[in-house]
Design a protein around this ligand. Sequence first.
Ligand SMILES: [Zn+2]
Length: 314
Amino acid sequence: MSYASAVSGIYGDILRECVACRAEKIRYWRRKNFQYTESDNHKEFHIYRCESCGTGFLNRPPHVQWLQSIYQYSGQALTQAITLEEVLARETEFPNCKVDAERMSQQAHLFNTSGNDRALDIGSGFGFYTQALRKTGYRTVSINPGKYENEVFRNMNGDEPVAVMFENYEPSEQFGVVMMSQVLEHLLEPDQAISKVAGLLASGGVLACAVPNYDSFLVKLLGTRDNACLWVPEHVNYFTGNGLKTLMERNGFKVVKVEQITRIPFNALSKRLRLKGRAAALVDGLIKYLQAPFAGFMHTFGLGIYINLYAVKK
Ligand SMILES: [Zn+2]
């Protein structure tokens, strides 16, 4: 196999403009190497940054077929099946997905003036968002390619997501709410995806989305060692609040709310220090106590870990 054909399986086409705002002033930012297994050779990715909206993206991005071959199993780096019990145990130890799902579903519902009670959960993962949307009163359609997540989803919600990538999904109905949590950063053509979402929503309907924040303190602190946002090759886009907002407005949305979310696993430090019993409880308690003021401080400067955005279809 020639070098050119070997490379064509790894990378997609060169990008000439920003994935969020379409500005042509883009510039090389940093390199990130990536290694799938210990023995495998390194793949090198270049991160570009838009000089207009500040959004980052891989350029060249990974090839679509490579990404699809990863996502058919998992969108969350699972290398083997996981049970619903294990997923729920994690949630009990560190409430995270369930809290986000309930907040975003309720918030989206408050903004939805379409009168349409159908919701589309794109990239439904383990199923927390679909569960929350149903609790809020919606009839749902869920799509997700990963078979490990879909197995958990089935055990949680009783039905099965449509196992396709959003690019290949052909809906037959309109929706009042579209949920995209931790999805846009994975999509090679976010502008096309948002344009498609706009076409799926009834007038007055709401798109709720969550993405990692490229301006977060983790990226500032760790640079390319950060994997919350700069997780290569799965995350291909790194949004700023400004970029995400522009992307929505370009596609006919009115952005009605943007907020930052910062949640640090309060049990991570005690685990790393291998603390047990009262010592662990003390450290966990201290971090829990400091969490809210710390997050508030970071959000003041736009440095939160995640961005949540709600946009209404005009
Ligand atoms: Zn841009």
